[in-house]
Design a protein around this ligand. Structure first.
Ligand code: NAP
Length: 543
């Protein structure tokens, strides 16, 4: 039997919970469909050792429960995964969200019926649901990118993708473990696993820049100071570039080479000592001027060389010439490079000694064999589009999302796709998403969608859609925000979709900044929802 709701929401992470909160406020009925057994999204799935957020805890909490801001106590500057998951679970308890969530259920199809103006959503449990609105809150980094390495299916040991880490305790002690991948995840996991494993092999294809994450305990004073001005702080976050106070928002200058060398290097040291991604914003042109980026990148390479005792290992850990700090999502670590001074850790430089195959017992490279008890796959995600495409969404005239995006995604504001009425894509392609503190990207999107629904009610519309022209204009603008960035040429970068073999290169994350993006979305809404098309009940339209 088909059950009907006003809205169906996919995912019970921060985006799904926020959406449910707002829909309930608007008096709408909603069901959230969630794959996992509980709330938390990213923080539910990524429970690998060492998982931690790279946004300060006092910034990385929801702005829609101001009472909780006055009560919650974060223990460290950058929270660990268990603490964030506890927070997410507490939100679900406080607002009794679970009664409207169907857990352990995966959406397998979503089809728009244009005659009846409803979405019909099917699941792996055989459910059939119908709703006027279909809202994806499935996350940007939730569809694992699994490496296609010969023999991976033959491995007889424990094999885990970090984004699907088991809920039961995984014993690391006494084991020979390899971590494949050295992005944010691999760096965090390796740093933690090195403390327990009998031996850890870090399988590195491309060395990456990682900056120190200093995470001191937070005090009563830290909380008290912010609590008196939390409302203002939330507003500042909403209008800022990335909704995080960890970066130096005002760089030391717009152009690094306006300062003499000693001043520049003193500023690099200051930013490095700040213990965050601040170094990437130390001057306004680090991300656009190759000469400046080269200097800052060499500064980091020297820091790596100073940390790692074995010169050959240190050189392998230095990102290759031509790569610049900040072109990929910046990594912050709590002692990653130092693990290579431990006897139980070996760096395997796959550029020098590539993997030939995985065997039943471990990894076979061109020159070596590494017997393993566990292989940890930290190879990232089919980001942003992957979770949407995996739902098998079909819009007007039987057009499948997977087909219309075959050459790359196109959206209007990252929130709607032409021909897919009443489908909202929270943190969708070409919106700020994970480039900013994602809780605030979500906040802006949820707020915008709900206001659009309220507008529909006010004008008596039953559908909202967009046009290919509006999409083309938006995609051109999104491309404009990235065209001067050095990141545009970086290969294997999930921001551009190029980390997944065969995936078309496109701007998956809007680079103009959250505040600027918000102003743009508001301006479009105020201009009578320019670029959106509203539809009305059949009878009304034909009257
Ligand atoms: P990622 O940044 O895409 O890194 C994937 C890693 O796997 C890269 O080192 C890549 O090497 C390697 N890899 C992929 N396929 C491979 C193959 N077939 N053989 C060998 N190596 C392979 O993924 P991630 O580390 O999971 O991070 C994704 C995003 O999640 C981050 O950028 C961040 O936004 C988010 N995240 C945030 C935090 C945090 O808040 N601290 C923590 C974890 C993740 P190449 O470089 O050679 O491609």
């Amino acid at each position: 039997m088909t059950q009907t709701f006003d809205a169906l929401v996919v995912g019970a992470g921060f985006a799904g919970m926020h959406t449910l909160f707002r829909l309930r406020q608007m008096g709408m009925t909603a069901l959230v469909i969630e794959k996992g057994t509980d709330v938390g999204g990213t923080w539910y799935w990524n429970r690998y050792p060492g998982a931690r957020c790279d946004v300060p805890s006092l910034d990385y909490s929801v702005p829609w429960d101001p009472e909780l801001d006055q009560q919650w106590y974060w223990t460290e500057k950058y929270s660990t995964q268990p603490e964030i998951l506890t927070y997410a679970s507490h939100l679900a308890d406080r607002h009794d969200f679970r009664r409207d969530i169907k857990f352990e259920t995966t959406v397998t199809s979503a089809v728009w019926d244009d005659a009846r103006q409803v979405w019909t959503v099917g699941t792996d449990k055989g459910d059939s649901f119908e709703a006027k609105f279909f809202i994806s809150a499935a996350g940007a980094l939730s569809e694992p990118n699994l490496p296609d390495i010969p023999g991976i299916g033959d491995f007889k040991g424990e094999l885990y993708h970090t984004g699907r880490w088991p809920r039961d305790k995984v014993e690391l002690k006494g084991k020979r473990i390899a971590v494949l991948g050295t992005g944010s995840t691999g760096v965090q996991a390796s740093t933690a696993i090195a403390r327990e494993a009998d031996h850890l092999y870090v399988l590195q294809r491309t060395a990456q820049f990682s900056l120190p994450c200093l995470t001191p305990p937070l005090t009563e004073e830290d909380h008290a100071e912010l609590r008196v001005r939390y409302p203002e702080h939330r507003e500042w976050q909403r209008g800022s570039y990335a909704a995080t106070s960890s970066n130096i928002d005002t760089p030391f200058g717009m152009h690094a080479f306006d300062d003499p060398k000693e001043v520049r290097f003193a500023n690099y040291e200051k930013a490095w000592a700040n213990g965050t991604a601040a170094l990437v914003g130390v001057y306004g042109d680090v991300s656009t001027n190759a000469e400046v980026a080269q200097e800052v990148s060499d500064f980091v390479r020297d820091k790596i060389r100073a940390k790692v005792k074995d010169p050959e290992t240190a050189e392998s850990l230095c990102p290759p010439p031509g790569s610049y700090v900040g072109t990929r999502r910046i990594i912050i670590d709590t002692g990653y490079f130092e693990i290579f001074n431990q006897d139980n850790v070996t760096l395997v430089d796959l550029r020098k000694d590539p993997i030939e195959r995985i065997t039943a017992d471990g990894v076979q490279t061109k020159n070596n064999t590494y017997p393993l008890d566990m292989l940890v796959v930290a190879t990232g995600y089919d980001a942003v589009t992957g979770p949407l495409i995996s739902m098998n969404i079909t819009g007007k005239n039987g057009v499948r999302l997977a087909d219309t995006w075959a050459d790359g995604p196109h959206t209007y504001l990252g929130i709607m796709v032409a021909g897919f009425p009443n489908l909202f894509t929270i943190t969708g392609p070409a919106s700020p998403g994970v480039l900013a503190n994602v809780i605030f990207s979500i906040d802006q999107h949820v707020d915008w969608c709900c206001r659009a629904i309220e507008h529909m009610r006010a004008i008596g519309a039953t559908t909202i859609d967009t046009t290919p022209e509006a999409e083309a204009e938006w995609n051109a603008h999104a491309m404009d925000t990235v065209k001067d960035q050095l990141r545009i040429n970086d290969e294997n970068n999930w921001y551009m979709g190029t980390n997944v073999p065969g995936k078309p290169r496109s701007v998956l994350v809007y680079q103009g900044g959250l505040g600027f993006y918000r102003d743009r979305c508001n301006e479009i809404a105020e201009d009578n929802y320019r670029g959106f098309v509203f539809g009305y009940e059949r009878e009304k339209a034909s009257a």
